[in-house]
Design a protein around this ligand. Sequence first.
Ligand code: ASP
Length: 324
Amino acid sequence: MKKILAINTGGTISMSLNDEGGVVQNEQNPLDNAAGLGLQDIELINDDLLNLPSPQMTPDTMLKIKDRIQQAIAEGIDGVVVTHGTDTLEETAYFLDLTLPNTIPVVVTGAMRSSNEIGADGLFNFKCAIEVAASDSARDKGVLVVFNTGIYSARYVTKTHTTSVDTFKDPIYGTLGTVDHDQVIFAQQLIGSEYTEIDHVIDGVYLVKAYAGMDGTLFNAIQQAHPKGVVIEAMGAGNLPKATLPAVKRLLDAGIPVVLVSRCFSGYAQPIYAYPGGGIELQSLGIVFCEQLNGPKARIKLTVGLSCGKSGPALQEYMSNALS
Ligand code: ASP
């Protein structure tokens, strides 16, 4: 018999549609008394740790979830499921991936339709996530996201559709596996899984998206706020309009780590272009390329790296190593 802990944190999976047609939070989580899960040889323990719509999640709430999982690991739990709103699910999942030892399966899931809507997907995703968390084959694969039968690496998965139940995708590598009629099937192995111990999180890490015609205004405004770090979602393979450069250089001159990812949905940020504002110039200025992550995830990683005291070359290595 496997003991699985479900840490419920809120989101649509625990909400319901009211008479006015709005989706609202419930005081009692419908997952607490979920019937009909049909779990075999699994003891399920529910802990309603939080009840937040996921836009209200912060690095501090992510740390709270991480601490609760570590407590459960110390107590001998076999696997953990975290239920979470889908809007920031990928950020919390990646935070957990970066900060938890790879000892037991940790699976994050949610729902796109609230608990009393026709075609509600919450219970199905919950059941699939529990089955993955109880599966020996889910060990050593980092934190996983299970959604609509797909099993994804927290490192790469992203929400791709505002309302579809088939919203979570890994645009670069696809699924690690699938859940098919109670069978957990893996087809890919995760390469590299280091973790970083943290006991607090800093704030002051900003994320900015580049656009055609951008100048230094937003970077100047960020500098006024005394940032600890800045992530830029640059264009294409990793380029910026040249009008941004004086302001970006001022950030770098002030010793603020500046990390670059691509605003493209898929692919790698790399220093390829040698024109003014091109990736080669950006890298030579000291901007760190964070190859495979999207903007929100790079911001989580920079927050984690800075929170554990990394700086200079150690921080650069941490941010540029796609497998850590
Ligand atoms: N807005 C909701 C949230 O993230 C969406 C969801 O859970 O699917 O909490």
